[in-house]
Design a binder for this molecule. Structure first.
Ligand code: LLP
Length: 402
């Protein structure tokens, strides 16, 4: 399910470029894929909204019946603002100050705590009165690249599984109510056995937590970025997760729900960044195409060497040539070094695919350029859901003292 070149061209003409465009139906389809795969199992999906927090996207997930996973107190507040009841909001924290955890507690949302230090403070203050989850580091290496691997034995995330004794002591001494165990090994995990390995690490310790109600396996499903690319086989994952739990009934007799926190899987393919070609520069070695965007708008190629498919929607039938597609900011901001595209002319619209996750969300005002507008396509209507920055936005938080 994709948007057509005609739709993307109309949006570029109507709202200008660069513009992020999201397709609501694609999000719905991805969400339904997950819930269908896990139907028959007691699984809850928490959309990892760090991927894309536009309030309309959050409201769309609310309507779909999804829950939401947050990575800052402000994401928690955005989710509540969108209308999520606290019981459908999860705050999986990482390295945060205790005040933020207290604030999340006062808002009544689920909290996964990721350090012994904060767990102790939480236990000292709330004892058994407020159930929490524990974010563990399973010491498993997984994920598309080191920058997005979070479960390995040198990762900052979670309480190392080898500190289980210290963890148990704190729980006992402060009478904590542990309702969940959480792991998230990384992003872009195509091998479903990584999740099963994670579950097996947890099976060893589940008997130690008598009040457990859920196991949270995080997110990280791999999406395809180009034709023939691997993606996580969700049906197989569901089958193996079901089997793993069936083979390991909780010795405490309590039923365990399984939670997931996918971000990319739900929104990556639903998003496009539509740019326009500013200049062509032909050199002996390389033909540069410079678009009116850069890593200030889509940082993934420069930050992770991520591949984003690029199409020239203004000249689909043109003769194919090799180009370096670059941005317009004052730094090396290469989107693609050597990309075959139908002949590119100045003024053409170039579209970056898989821009729904960690696209707009990781954008900045570097070079004092404006952040792009965002448009939602829903039932064939185009809705502007964030206006492009204007010059006043660049000054609005500055205090002129000179
Ligand atoms: N849960 C936790 C605790 C996480 O840390 C993350 C992502 C997710 C869920 C969602 O992971 P996903 O399903 O989206 O892979 N900016 C990087 C990805 C960083 C992911 C950080 N944590 C990128 O653009 O590739």
């Amino acid at each position: 399910m994709t948007l057509t070149n005609q739709q993307l061209t109309s949006i570029a003409q109507e709202f200008g470029t660069p513009v992020y465009v999201y397709h609501a139906d694609t999000i719905t389809q991805q969400y339904n894929n997950l819930t269908t795969a896990f139907s028959g199992q007691d699984v809850k999906i928490f959309y990892a909204c760090k991927a894309l927090t536009n309030i309309n996207i959050l409201k769309h997930f609310l309507k779909l019946g999804s829950n939401v996973d947050c990575s800052s107190i402000n994401e928690v507040k955005l989710a509540l603002h969108a209308g999520f009841p606290p019981a459908r909001v999860l705050y999986t924290s990482n390295g945060i100050g205790f005040e933020e955890i207290e604030e999340a507690q006062s808002l009544g949302v689920h909290i996964n705590i990721d350090s012994l230090s904060n767990l102790k403070k939480f236990g000292d203050k709330f004892g058994h009165s407020y159930p929490v989850g524990v974010r563990l580091r399973p010491n498993i290496m997984a994920g598309g690249n080191l920058k997005i691997s979070t479960g390995h034995d040198k990762s900052k995330f979670g309480i190392p599984i080898d500190q289980i004794e210290e963890l148990l002591t704190i729980i006992k001494e402060t009478n904590l109510f542990i309702q969940g165990l959480h792991i998230h090994t990384g992003s872009e995990i195509k091998d479903v056995d990584v999740f099963i390995k994670g579950i097996e690490v947890l099976f060893d310790i589940i008997p130690l937590f008598k009040e457990l109600a859920f196991i949270d396996l995080g997110g990280g499903f791999k999406v395809p970025y180009k034709k023939g690319d691997h993606e996580t086989d969700i049906t197989l994952l569901a089958k193996k997760v079901g089997e793993a739990f069936a083979n390991h009934p909780n010795p405490n007799g309590k039923h365990l729900q399984v939670w997931f926190e996918p971000g990319k899987y739900l929104v990556s393919g639903a998003g496009y960044l539509v740019t326009q070609v500013n200049v062509l520069k032909e050199t002996n070695a390389i033909h540069f195409v410079s678009v009116n965007s850069g890593f200030n708008h889509l940082i993934r190629p420069m930050f992770y060497d991520a591949y984003h498919n690029i199409t020239n929607i203004s000249n689909c039938e043109g003769e194919e040539k090799h180009y370096a597609v670059v941005g317009n900011i004052c730094e090396t901001d290469t989107f693609a070094w050597d990309r075959k595209l139908p002949e590119v002319r100045e003024g053409d619209f170039l579209v970056f695919a898989n821009a729904g996750a960690y696209g707009f969300e990781m954008s900045s005002n570097f070079n004092s350029r404006f952040k792009p507008a965002e448009v939602l396509v829903k039932e064939n209507s185009f809705h502007l859901i964030r206006r492009r920055d204007i010059f006043e936005d660049l000054l609005k938080n500055q205090i002129e003292v000179l």
